[in-house]
Ligand binder design. Sequence first.
Ligand SMILES: [Zn+2]
Length: 347
Amino acid sequence: MRAGDLVIGVDVGGTKVAAGVVEARDGRAVIGARARGAVDPATNEGGIASILAVVDEAVATLDAGQRARLAGIGVACAGNVDHVTGTLRRAANMAWRDLGIAAALRDRHGVEARVENDVNAAAWGLATFPGDAPGGSPGASGWPANPTLAYLVVGTGIGAGVVDGGRILRGRNGGAGELGHLPGIAGAVEAAAGQVPCVCGARGCLEAVASGPALGAAARARAVAGAAPRLLDRAGGDASRIDAASVTGAAADGDPVALELLAREGRFVAMAIAVAFRAYDPHRIVIGGGVVAAGQVVVDAIHAGIADLAVRVPHRLRDSRDWLEVQASPDDGGIIGAGALVLFPPA
Ligand SMILES: [Zn+2]
């Protein structure tokens, strides 16, 4: 624990900046006052200004006692981050280049500031605040004090954050854990999916077939082919309005086509989980992201996908309901993780 025991956690995403006052209480992260605002992706100056505006609003909620306890400001940011300098090198859909976030926050507020990739930060938060994870707390059921944790995100993209031995696994360029872009992995589940080109240039990436947008695209293709009448009905007859949320909603209502699409999604995600087991041998594996957070019907499909894989992967992948964790606070994972970076800095 740092000198202070209270932190501003900031989550910078593609469209918004969200911040919260974070404290550690009884091994849990508690978020007090919050602030949020739009992000300006067009220029570095606008980007820094949009982040500072939200942080200013969060800092303004602190009373004198809280201000004295402020240990610093943590930032979880989508994109490629230089955690040493607290700089965002670049991010998809943003014009920002080498955005000096930590320096700007230190200059303005005179406290420590740390910046980390959002998935890595969320993984660090999950490791720091295990919450209601199966097994309860470190040491209670076979975890050491610093467990190896793999956090798999399935949302707009697919990726993983890995914590091992009290450190965040980043690799040379911060690209460790990019499981969504292992070429050909989708083809291991479904031959045709192995040929689908990805935005990264490779073929058969999971992200190209199992991200939220890819799930929506698969559903639209079914509807256009006349093979998804209930999905089309839900979209008012306009196939272009079908997205991943349409699929999860229809599946929850028992639509067989949506359930089949989710069963396929579950097999893809299960493959990523199997890869994470082989690559990292984690004590804990946590799934999250927008597709997972859409509902129990998705989680059920992932469990079914893991059961399907059990003949080809280690025996520990069986009975996944006993060990697979679903992120408990998906909307706050970035804020909590950002706070954890400052309250309990990684080695
Ligand atoms: Zn790719």
